[in-house]
Design a protein around this ligand. Structure first.
Ligand code: BMA
Length: 375
């Protein structure tokens, strides 16, 4: 693209943003000053949509569902509602090991085609990464001491971690749209870091080392690998106060989306209270830091409550600003988070889908990447 065309596109983008969202005019750009045009539009649209709408998302939606694997065009969410979700989650776990499939058996080549398919119809892709511990080579759930310290710059295993990022950079650079443009992705590294079940958890490293790891990761991808099509999501597990939430926050220049992961474990009353507590804090931080709030993972395994979607989830996520919610994967009859035909909450999920505040794929357009609009 020529320099003058870039300048024109940038000015058009700014004009659109200024007309569409004067309140956000000062905070319309993502944290990466060199973010691609499409990434900027995605950011602006998410900022805007979060004011009144919530996009529904599902992990591995196109790759498999309950009772099927790899069937072109199939999606449990679509089988129930007639529409694909608006956000699609993919995990990078095992990319670092050069495996052909990710940790849940999805071929990385399939993820690349799904990401392109999603982008072409105006959907949104997000990546998590359950990566192996670069020091011990055990899984993301290993609990060693001090891995983070050993992989930040100056650490004994820094180079091993850099190799992970090199592999991610190669993968990310293959995500190209029809005109050769890079496909924006919401990258959510080191998720649930306020818990202690991954090697990057809060008992496994100090806040300073966690922040150093985060900043190195983002700087390396941006500045050394020249990757500018990522929106970065900071996604906690539990926290009780704003101070807790921000203890490991790497800074506004390193984050675009802030969120948390929350699953219904006990009963609806506990879950609602927990969501309210965490949302109160999230909304305040989002306002103060001008970031996009999201419920980055959620669900109720097996959805045994037939009215869960409209009685429990809908009131909670529409009470607060939430750009999107991502439900976890539909692996098998003993492990799923979205309904499939015949599942107990099927009818209620159709009502959830029909709520005007909830956005699925059918209400999103590819121009989410080229202009500012609200569905
Ligand atoms: C967990 C489960 C696991 C899976 C992991 C990473 O919540 O779904 O089966 O391997 O996420 O996707």
């Amino acid at each position: 693209m020529s320099k003058s065309l870039k300048v024109i596109l940038c000015s058009l983008f700014l004009m659109e943003m200024l007309t569409a969202a004067p309140l956000y005019a000062q905070h319309i750009l993502p944290s990466d000053p060199a973010a691609t045009t499409e990434t900027r539009f995605l950011y602006g649209n998410l900022q805007q949509m979060a004011q009144t709408k919530v996009i529904f998302g599902h992990q591995d939606d196109l790759a498999y569902g309950v009772g099927w694997v790899n069937e072109k065009g199939r999606s449990d969410v679509k089988s129930v509602t007639g529409s694909y979700p608006g956000v699609y989650g993919w995990d990078m776990g095992r990319l670092e090991l050069d495996h052909p499939n990710n940790l849940d058996g999805v071929p990385f080549t399939a993820i690349i085609s799904h990401v392109k398919e999603v982008y072409n119809r105006g959907g949104i892709n997000t990546f998590s990464w359950h990566f192996n511990d670069p020091v011990t080579d055990s899984t993301a759930w290993s609990k060693p001491l001090n891995t983070v310290k050993q992989i930040i710059p100056g650490g004994s295993h820094h180079e091993a971690y850099v190799k992970y990022l090199d592999k991610f950079a190669v993968f990310a650079s293959q995500l190209k749209g029809p005109k050769g443009e890079m496909i924006p992705v919401i990258f959510r590294p080191f998720h649930e870091h306020t818990g202690s079940w991954f090697w990057w958890g809060n008992k496994e490293c100090s806040p300073e080392d966690f922040i150093a790891l985060w900043r190195f990761t983002v700087d390396y991808l941006r500045n050394t690998k020249n990757i500018h099509h990522l929106l970065i999501a900071y996604s906690a597990a539990d926290y009780a106060t704003e101070k807790d939430y921000l203890e490991r926050y790497p800074g506004d220049n390193y984050v675009d989306i802030i969120g948390f992961d929350a699953y219904m474990q006990k009963d609806a009353a506990h879950f609602t209270k927990d969501l309210n507590n965490r949302y109160e804090i999230l909304e305040k931080v989002a306002q103060e830091h001008h970031k996009i709030p999201a419920l980055t993972e959620t669900g109720y395994v097996l959805i045994p409550d037939p009215q869960w979607w409209t009685n429990v989830l809908l009131p909670a996520i529409t009470k607060y600003k939430t750009a999107y919610v991502l439900t976890w994967r539909n692996w098998k009859t003993e492990h799923y988070f979205a309904p499939y035909p015949g599942q107990a909450s099927e009818e209620d999920f159709k009502k959830f889908y029909a709520d005007p505040r909830i956005i699925f794929q059918d209400k999103l357009k590819p121009s989410i990447y080229s202009k500012i609009w609200t569905p």
